[in-house]
Design a protein around this ligand. Structure first.
Ligand code: SAM
Length: 203
């Protein structure tokens, strides 16, 4: 099933299914990923708008997503919270923005969803729309080295694949070099399973 169909199907339930994780682990992490981002800011794979409360006050934010149903939930959250964000239906691999449109880009749990063959095209697009000197933050899962956590993640993997079309082990950093991006920093923000990649276009 395409990712668009997957997310159109799950949109109504997404926030409910994610609630234990949102409150247990994602909230503090979301705050951190917007630190240091400013100006024209792209939230790629905006989903239901879980990042809205954490946008920098002075940023001009655009959120894109492939799923109109997820965007519908984001619109509801935008109205509820009064968030200043422009929402657009768009594929991250073919974005309708001119080159160098954004000072910064954030992407939370999008690259876990993109299939291996779509990682490079998506990163290439992020590089294209990010201005020279700009900064890209990518938040994604990694498989734990801890035997118990690793075992639990393997147990969860089939559900995560079915419900979200996602995998825990995309290792997005392996594709950066090939598209003219460089890894500035890799930091684990929750145990050794949620990592933030700080990336910038190569000079
Ligand atoms: C796991 S959700 C994460 C949503 C949100 N960023 C968050 O942190 O809660 C992944 C989102 O990526 C979107 N998505 C999947 N493939 C996409 C693509 N090719 N282009 C744009 N968005 C995509 C899905 O529709 C979904 O809303």
């Amino acid at each position: 099933m395409s990712k668009q169909k997957t997310y159109n199907r799950i949109a109504r339930l997404y926030d409910i299914l994610d609630m234990p994780f949102e409150h247990g682990r994602y909230k503090p992490v979301r705050r951190i990923i917007f630190e240091g981002l400013s100006g024209d800011l792209l939230d790629a794979g905006v989903g239901t708008g879980r990042n809205f409360p954490y946008y920098p006050k002075d940023a001009r934010v655009t959120g894109i997503d492939l799923s109109h149903a997820m965007l519908g939930r984001a619109k509801w959250r935008k109205d509820k919270l009064g968030t200043a964000v422009e929402l657009r239906e768009m594929n991250v691999m073919e974005m309708d923005f001119p080159d160098d449109s954004f000072d910064s880009v954030a992407s939370t749990f999008l690259f876990c969803v993109l299939d291996s063959e779509h990682q490079q095209p998506a990163l290439k697009e992020l590089r294209r729309v990010c201005r020279p000197g700009g900064i890209i933050h990518i938040l994604e899962y990694a498989i734990s080295e801890d035997p118990y956590r690793k075992f639990m993640m393997k147990l969860w993997a089939p559900w995560v694949r079915f419900a979200y079309g996602a995998e825990f082990d995309r290792n997005t950093e392996q594709y950066l070099d090939g598209v003219g991006l460089e890894l500035v920093e890799k930091t684990f923000l929750y145990k050794d399973i949620i990592k933030l990649l700080t990336v910038r276009p190569k000079a």
